[in-house]
Design a protein around this ligand. Structure first.
Ligand code: ATP
Ligand code: MG
Length: 454
């Protein structure tokens, strides 16, 4: 378990997200509170409900980015959904309960993967023996009829050398000398083509997977395949690993983990806020909120792996709330998100840092990309500041799309270099403020042009 302390979580987030300290701090506290709760005695644990959070802030300031990075920082099951994807129960589309089913599914897969990894050694050993059996059928398992007249206990002439040969062959196998030899193995057919026809659509609500259901009734088809030894080893090991995994344990552990430490990030929650104006056929936002409420308040959701109680799942919501306000959510739902954090809009100095400081900073990305062509670009600090300043200008003269503006600006700035890179004459290019100005300022100042290009 990665039990990071709050300041460690913030430090990790700092590697990717510039500023937004309040938001980082509150998610760090929320995450740590999960851990704190798990240290308590069970009775008290039940009493402590998670403090759900709403992150509020304009477009492109790092809300979704925080969620993405957070997912990698926690060993808790983490699932991110977009609120706008949901429709009311009874309408075509995804109902809100599907987020719980997806979270469980994801957790089952992670735990299954971990278990498979744990039995990898064992599976590899079995695979090795099976391949040796195929390469060298043992005389005991396939006695030649009629040829054996003596009594069974007497040593057979073939025994010793075979054992010896097997050992030698095993050694060659381990050294990879037989890797390219072809052998026939029986592998299980993965797909039931017939079943694919009734896909899962419609069944999903019940949490039933047709394939799994029918898979248990249908005979497991095996098919003989002629493959290289090294592929055979991998295939058999994979199959064995799947057999060795205790699926009941995985399912139970997954449910417990989801119930105790699951986190769901609901992005774009502002899209379901607001009163419904019409009574037309369109999906009711309020309806979606009403469906969401029991899940956030705590209820039991059936999934194909078992029932999940959602009482202790942590919900972090986020939204720009341009048009609607958090107070446009139905009151019960508002009450379930007691922590509100505002993210600030970003200025030139933040943009400069976003361009260069994060591990995945745009400037670093372009430098790396061009290096693959043998082109070495570098950016002077005043070039970076200039790009940041132009981003602010364009954001204020047109729509404010936050840091996303940097993506379009950088692409435009480097367009020619990216195009010419393979046959550029001087592979050392320094990008300074003058270059930035020359490439971008005309477009940036021309509203009509920038509307289309930047
Ligand atoms: N504070 C920041 N630090 C570093 N990069 C950022 C920051 N804010 C935004 N970005 C960059 O801008 C892009 C868009 O940000 P993000 O997806 O987080 O926006 P958002 O706040 O979720 O906006 P929206 O409300 O439109 O969904 C990210 O991919 C990231 O590269
Ligand atoms: Mg977003």
């Amino acid at each position: 378990m990665k039990d990071l302390k709050p300041h460690q979580i913030v430090t990790e987030l700092d590697k990717y997200i510039i500023g937004q300290h309040a938001a980082k701090k509150s998610v760090a506290v929320a995450l740590r509170n999960r851990w704190r709760r798990r240290q308590l005695e069970p009775e008290l644990q039940d009493e402590i409900a998670p403090k759900n959070i709403i992150l509020i802030g304009p477009t492109g300031v790092g809300k979704t980015e925080i969620a993405r990075r957070l997912a990698n920082l926690t060993d808790s099951p983490f699932y991110k959904v977009e609120a706008s994807k949901f429709t009311e129960v009874g309408y075509v589309g995804r109902d809100v309960e599907s987020m719980i089913r997806d979270l469980v599914e994801l957790t089952v897969n992670i735990l299954k993967g971990r278990q498979q990894e744990a039995v990898q050694g064992k599976a590899a050993k079995i695979a090795r023996e099976r391949v040796l059996d195929i390469l060298l059928p043992s005389p005991k398992s396939s006695p030649a009829f009629g040829s054996d007249t003596g009594d069974d206990a007497s040593p057979k002439p073939g025994d010793k050398p075979t054992e010896h040969t097997r050992e030698k062959l095993g050694k060659m196998l381990d050294q990879g000398k037989l890797d390219d030899r072809k052998i026939d193995i029986d592998v299980q057919e993965k797909n039931f083509p017939m079943v694919e026809i009734f896909s899962n659509a419609g069944m999903e609500e019940m949490g039933i997977n047709m394939k799994d259901m029918l898979g248990n009734f249908m005979p497991r088809n095996t098919k003989s395949r002629n493959v290289k030894v090294k592929d055979a080893l991998a295939l058999i090991a994979q199959e064995e690993a799947a057999h060795l995994v205790d699926m009941d344990e995985v399912k139970n552990d997954a449910i417990t983990l989801v119930e105790q430490s699951g986190i769901i990030f609901i992005d774009e929650i502002d899209k379901i806020a607001g009163k419904d104006k019409s009574h037309g056929p369109e999906v009711s936002k309020e309806g979606v909120q009403r469906d969401l409420l029991p899940i956030v308040e705590g209820s039991s959701v059936p999934t194909k792996y078992g029932t999940v109680k959602t009482d202790h799942i942590l919900f972090i919501a986020s939204g720009a709330f341009h048009v609607s306000k958090p107070s446009d959510l139905i009151p019960e739902l508002q009450g379930r998100f007691p922590i509100r954090v505002e993210l600030s809009s970003l200025g030139a100095s933040e943009f400069s840092r976003i361009l260069t400081e994060p591990k995945n900073a745009l400037v670093l990305q372009y430098i790396a990309l061009l290096r693959t062509e043998g082109v070495h670009v570098s950016f002077t600090q005043d070039a970076v500041d200039k790009i940041a300043q132009i981003a602010v200008e364009v954001n204020s003269s047109m729509e404010n799309i936050g840091a996303r503006r940097l993506h379009t600006l950088m692409e435009r700035l480097l367009e020619d270099i990216l195009f010419d890179a393979p046959d550029i004459e001087n592979p050392f290019i320094s990008i300074d403020a003058a270059f930035v100005e020359k490439e971008l300022i005309d477009i940036a100042r021309n509203q009509d042009l920038s509307r289309y290009i930047l």
